[in-house]
Design a protein around this ligand. Structure first.
Ligand SMILES: Cc1ncc(COP(=O)(O)O)c(C=O)c1O
Length: 624
């Protein structure tokens, strides 16, 4: 049963200031053990911080003031007993109970643990239920049982929960919302770009830095990526984060722009084709991987776009990469919008060193690049690349002007229509149709993974020679398995719906919700950017603040994607809300209210963090 949404925000906002969660300092030198135990304890509602060696453990016992310390005794340079001795000798930490973790249940280990002042000891690998009992006993004794510890039964997920009826993970007890004062700067700063350049001969070992950073963020509830859904990605959905923690909520993180992924007609077609064909095309389209459904889909796409030919690819990414790599040679040039999708950029940089990024949507910048290139090089090809709807900013270029510039400078225009084809415009032809450019663009490329309910991509143009050339020289189609018959038939059915009255109604409803959402966000004093489309970007700005906001979302029962550098510019972190016609007006109002709550809650933490780090910036602009 979907929860009653009306009362939710106020209930949650008060609940989201938990009295406290029991804080554990785990001193353990094995990364695998540390990681595993941290996650298991956090899942049970403890706030966990960890140290990899004795000296750090001693320092953190002062800095973090934990309720209990779990101390591995075999720590190398300074063993856990020595570290415990130091902790017990310091009046600031003497009262913190320490549970020794030993590899063997030897009487001598027990004696030694007692001798240095440990309250208890346990063996590794730990029996979690037993360890929880020991933690509980230690802390209750130490704190005079002021606040009962969370027990496994309080927080455990039911064995076979019905996804919609199961309660959300107990929010106030999550480590994600606890221990916030102590988020280390490394978890709030840095980006994935920091780990792109790798040095050293150990190809496997040298990626460990990223894993450590990711785990640090994960341990603080600051790693919102790699979520999985537990059911079809509907407007309200059950999901898990990448530690396995289950939550459910309003889903604004799914790129199913017309909601066709669960459409009954589409499901019927898919089932029938599975019965007819099996599930696999079992070959590249260059060999025998075509099916009657993929051939039909090629015709459907070219008819829809009023272009004569279409080539299919296993994914949209493969289409973007493959069309550029297939057509561009090292002496050619690519002029592309600086915010173009990774598949286009990767394709360009792998095809030629002559890649010129122009200012986002800036026609003057495009002209300057083309002019400069043609003043020096009249011999080689120039591919001008853009998107009809940029997915991080929800904005669009003037396609007619770009096509005219391409003609003027003997360049070829390629437009990626991944995010608007099918979902936008009266006829569903996206911004190409809305700008009166159907059939006029040199090359159109797109993805099925947004509106067309499947994996896959395409390239369409008017030249049969280009179609054949890409089939055999566009590596990501030639040397990759073709779409399965069920994928091709699903997408063809989606195109049929897109062109039907039902498709029009879905687009009308989608746009209505989009406008409602943009209005509701603006009314909640959130900074919504771009123009109306199925993507509604909400700018937050500072990455640390955005991560803190994101951490709040599961407990507010919201599923929304955080986008940060390098996917967007530094200091421009945002939430990319993705809308579907299945969202109700109530969902929209709730989302805006809950996002506001999350921002308000995070703002306090953020200011303390900034003050603590000596960086007393003004409030970030998005959260006035
Ligand atoms: C603009 C753009 N082009 C291409 C792709 C790749 O599409 P697919 O998910 O089908 O690989 C995406 C998806 O993220 C996209 O946003």
């Amino acid at each position: 049963m979907r929860r009653s949404l009306g009362r939710q925000v106020t209930e949650i906002s008060s609940a989201a200031s938990p009295s406290r969660a029991t804080k554990i300092l785990l001193v353990e030198d094995s990364l695998a053990n540390r990681d595993m135990l941290t996650r298991r304890l956090e899942r049970r509602g403890f706030a966990v911080c960890s140290a990899a060696d004795g000296p750090t453990g001693v320092a953190m016992s002062v800095a973090e003031a934990p309720d209990v310390i779990l101390m591995d005794v075999a720590l190398g340079a300074m063993d856990g007993w020595e570290a415990t001795r130091l902790i017990k000798a310091d009046p600031r930490t003497a009262d913190i109970p320490v549970i020794a973790l030993t590899a063997h249940a030897l009487a001598t280990d027990r004696d030694k643990s007692v001798e240095v002042g440990c309250s208890d000891f346990d063996t590794k690998p730990v029996d979690l239920t037993r360890l929880l009992g020991k933690i509980s006993a230690c802390v209750a004794k130490n704190l005079g049982a002021r606040e009962p510890l969370l027990s496994e039964t309080e927080t455990a997920t039911p064995k076979n929960p019905s996804p919609l009826e199961a309660p959300a993970a107990a929010p106030p007890k999550l480590a994600a919302s606890a221990g916030r004062e102590f988020d280390p700067p490394d978890a709030l700063a840095g980006s994935m770009r920091d780990f792109r350049e790798l040095e050293g001969k150990d190809l496997i070992g040298r990626v460990g830095g990223f894993y450590e950073w990711q785990n640090l963020r994960r341990s603080r509830g600051l790693w919102p990526y790699s979520k999985s859904t537990e059911q079809a990605p509907l407007a309200f959905c059950a999901a898990r984060d990448d530690t396995g923690l289950r939550f459910s909520g309003l889903n604004f993180a799914t790129q199913d722009y017309l909601g066709l992924s669960s459409d009954p007609e589409i499901k019927e077609v898919a089932k029938a084709v599975v019965d007819e064909y099996g599930v696999h095309s079992a070959g590249s389209s260059a060999l025998a991987g075509n099916t009657k459904y993929s051939l039909r889909l090629e015709r459907t796409i070219s008819d829809f776009l009023d272009l004569e030919h279409a080539v299919l690819y296993p994914t949209g990414w493969a289409a973007g990469y493959g069309v550029i790599k297939g057509l561009v040679r090292p002496s050619d040039h690519v002029v592309m919008d600086g915010l173009s999708h990774a598949c286009l950029q990767e394709g360009a940089y792998s095809a030629t060193a002559n890649v010129h990024l122009h200012g986002h949507l800036n026609l003057d910048s495009v002209r300057r690049h083309l002019k400069r290139i043609r003043s020096k090089d009249t011999e080689n090809g120039v591919l001008l690349v853009t998107e009809s709807l940029f997915s991080m900013d929800s904005d669009s270029p003037d396609l007619r002007a770009l096509q005219e510039l391409a003609r003027e400078y003997e360049a070829t225009l390629l437009v990626d229509v991944a995010h608007d084809l099918g979902a936008m415009g009266q006829s569903g032809r996206g911004f190409i149709g809305m700008q009166g450019m159907t059939g006029e663009i040199d090359i159109v490329m797109g993805s099925f993974s947004k509106t067309f309910a499947s994996n896959g991509g395409f390239v369409a143009c008017n030249s049969p020679a280009v179609k054949q050339y890409l089939k055999f020289y566009g590596c990501s189609a030639t040397f990759s398995n073709a779409l399965s018959p069920v994928q091709a038939a699903t997408v063809a059915k989606a195109f049929e719906i897109v062109q039907s009255r039902k498709g029009q109604e879905l687009r009308t409803r989608l746009l209505k919700r989009v406008v409602q959402m943009r209005d509701a966000l603006a009314a909640a004093r959130l900074d919504v950017i771009g123009a109306p489309s199925a993507i509604v970007p909400v700018l937050v700005g500072d990455e640390a603040l955005a991560r803190m906001v994101s951490r709040r979302l599961p407990e507010l029962e919201v599923i929304a994607n955080l986008v940060e550098y390098p996917a967007v510019a530094k200091g421009n972190a945002r939430f990319r809300l993705q809308m579907m016609p299945t969202h109700s007006a109530e969902d929209v109002a709730e989302l805006a209210a809950r996002l506001r709550v999350a921002v308000d809650q995070a703002q306090g933490e953020f200011q303390r963090y900034r003050a603590g780090s000596g960086d007393e910036r003004e409030q970030v602009k998005a959260v006035a």
